[in-house]
Design a protein around this ligand. Structure first.
Ligand code: GSH
Length: 242
């Protein structure tokens, strides 16, 4: 694993170690939360493509998934939403990502969870199929696209009247939405959902979001192509955008 310099923020929790990779979307979700809150951490970059690193990492996270957070008491948090909830409780940041209003907090958590099932899951299915050039499973692609259409339509209605998914405040739900929508805007574009498209513009204008995009692009220039605003027609150009 590679260590990188501490990232400076408003509140300092230097005793937090984050195991992640910038190309992992759930890692990006957590990074957006850290940057929004201005909480510092010690980065541990985990390259799961390296079998020896993967093997070593399963001692920390038996599922072999990133991100994982290790706190100063030796507690491990192995899920992006739980890590953000942890920061909400334990960090000294005054920035909230779970709204104080209980009803809005429920909305924020609901969308975070719904996006994990109905945006991230079909997105991962599409990425998997897109990599299988010549032997794609049409049934799996159709099912992923049908789920995405329902999710796009639902989100489009939500953000037609709201700035962010839980209302006026940027929340955990928006941290989750940004990395997946940025990826999907080239892989399975959604311009016809005009409110959702404008919401993506708002997300991209957020400094925390543009920071993770820059970090991803700096580390792998090829990603510039993947996250660019060029819009392929659905399906045909998929192989060039994975
Ligand atoms: N529920 C987990 C899922 C995390 C997850 O699926 N991470 C992906 C990367 S984005 C991963 O580590 N996949 C295993 C692999 O790439 O081998 C979370 O939200 O933190």
């Amino acid at each position: 694993m590679i260590s990188a310099p501490l990232i400076h923020g408003l509140a300092r929790e230097d005793n937090l170690k984050l195991y992640y990779h910038i190309h992992s979307l759930q890692s990006q979700k957590v990074l957006i939360a850290f940057y929004e809150k201005g909480v510092a951490f010690t980065p541990e970059v985990v390259n799961l493509a390296n079998p020896a690193i993967r093997e070593a990492y399963t001692k920390l996270n038996p599922w072999g998934e990133i991100p994982t957070l290790l706190d100063d008491k030796g507690n491990l948090y192995r899920d992006s939403s739980t890590i953000i909830e942890y920061l909400e409780i334990e960090s000294h940041s005054i920035i909230r990502l779970i709204p104080a209003d209980p009803q809005k907090a429920l909305f924020a958590r609901h969308f975070d969870r719904a996006l994990s099932m109905y945006l991230y899951h079909p997105l991962e299915q599409l990425i998997l199929e897109a990599r299988r050039v010549g032997q794609r499973n049409e049934k799996s692609m159709n099912s992923a696209e049908a789920t995405l259409e329902k999710t796009y339509a639902t989100l489009d209605k939500e953000v037609a009247t709201k700035v962010w998914l839980s209302g006026e405040e940027f929340s955990i739900a928006d941290c989750a939405a940004a990395p997946a929508l940025i990826r999907l805007c080239t892989l399975y574009p959604f311009e016809k959902y005009t409110h959702l498209w404008s919401y993506l513009d708002r997300l991209q204008a957020r400094p925390s979001v543009s920071r993770i995009r820059t970090e991803a692009e700096v580390q792998t220039p090829a990603l510039l192509v993947r996250t660019s605003w060029s819009r392929p027609t659905r399906r045909q150009d998929m192989a060039t955008h994975i």
